[in-house]
Design a protein around this ligand. Structure first.
Ligand SMILES: Cc1cc2nc3c(=O)[nH]c(=O)nc-3n(C[C@H](O)[C@H](O)[C@H](O)COP(=O)(O)OP(=O)(O)OC[C@H]3O[C@@H](n4cnc5c(N)ncnc54)[C@H](O)[C@@H]3O)c2cc1C
Length: 308
């Protein structure tokens, strides 16, 4: 199918303003790199999500949910399917009592700041993570000693067949940068996060301290996707291993290992997805040779090498 054909078929059920054929994913991802998706579709309700799911199933099209694009890369050859974005009600955040209820497309940092305004502690670390709540749950995003598994109370999701389900923490297989959503293609549509009452000034100070640390240590002035590799299971740190291998500043085309933080790859200008992927492979090979550590990507890569 072409992007235009998807547009023509889906516009029967979804507002055409929300269907965008042939979209360069460089415009949707923090890496500012990558090929085109056949179509980006914004959904505003469960009903619209179900329509997209039915459509992709009947047309044998692949799809993925695109959050804020801060941990994904689409190969230069493109993605031969639909990237679905959760908009409208899916971006709402409500704070009631100790519970922060967020749509799957809501920004995690915004939820953290709203919680802080209500004197709720437990999400300070999350205020510097630029993804959506759905993306953060899928990745079990975390930093400064916490992660999503420590605050999520309940998640509502939609299965590939459009069934709505509720999941409790013990059902979500949370691990280091892992969750059930890496294994099953469920879409997180809502999460309830449970926090504790805290001291407003202490909460704000902690948020500021973490933000300062990020500014000092991370290359936030260049397009990137956060840490590219997971830390190995043996307790060593990916960034340290890359540094120790002498790869800070190493580059392929427009993609470069950050000298400020070796765990980051930055787009130093016009990097292609191929540049980024080749650099990742080179880093993995050299780090293995030098240290024996096998680095596994944290970045999620979509698309195949076949032109569509
Ligand atoms: C400057 C910077 C700093 C970062 N710091 C950190 C950090 O400290 N800790 C950390 O863990 N990460 C960090 N990241 C990485 C990234 O922000 C997180 O992984 C984030 O959780 C990804 O969310 P997203 O909405 O951008 O997801 P995307 O990148 O859009 O998608 C990531 C994956 O989640 C899936 N997904 C997205 N939404 C949903 C949904 N609703 N339901 C099911 N699956 C979904 C996608 O299909 C994809 O597989 C950083 C990134 C940047 C650019």
């Amino acid at each position: 199918m072409t992007g235009q054909e998807i547009f023509d078929s889906l516009s029967e059920y979804i507002d055409e303003k929300c269907i965008h054929p042939d979209q360069p994913m460089s415009e949707y991802t923090s890496f500012r790199a990558g090929g085109k998706a056949l179509c980006v579709v914004e959904v505003h309700s469960i009903e619209e999500m179900r329509r997209v799911l039915t459509f992709v199933r009947k047309k044998f099209l692949p799809y993925f949910v695109l959050g804020n694009g801060t941990n994904v890369l689409v190969k230069d050859e493109g993605y031969p399917g639909i990237a679905v974005m959760l908009k409208g009600d899916f971006t709402k955040i409500d704070v009631t009592g100790y519970d922060v209820t967020c749509g799957g497309g809501a920004l995690l940092a915004q939820a953290g700041r709203m919680a802080a305004d209500m004197w709720l502690t437990g999400m300070e670390w999350a205020c510097g993570i630029p993804g959506t709540v759905g993306g953060a749950i899928r990745m079990n995003a975390g930093c400064f000693g916490s992660d999503m598994s420590s605050i999520v109370k309940r998640v509502r999701a939609i299965t590939t067949s459009g069934e709505e389900i509720t999941l409790l923490p013990h059902e979500m297989k949370f691990g280091y940068r892992h969750s059930l959503f890496c294994e099953k293609k469920y879409t997180v549509i809502e999460a309830v996060i449970e926090l504790k009452k805290g001291d407003k000034n202490q909460i704000k100070e902690l948020i500021e301290k973490y933000a300062r640390e990020r500014r000092e240590k991370q290359p936030l002035d260049m397009p990137n996707a956060g840490s590219i590799f997971k830390n190995p299971r043996d307790g060593r740190h990916a960034a340290q291993l890359i540094d120790q291998t002498g790869l800070g500043g190493a580059y392929v085309g427009g993609a470069m290992v950050s000298e400020k933080h070796c765990g980051f790859i930055v787009n130093r200008g016009n990097a292609s997805a191929t540049d980024i992927l080749r650099l990742m492979e080179n880093v993995q090979r050299e780090v293995f040779r030098e240290t024996g550590a096998r680095l596994e990507p944290e970045l999620v890569v979509y698309g195949n090498s076949r032109r569509y």
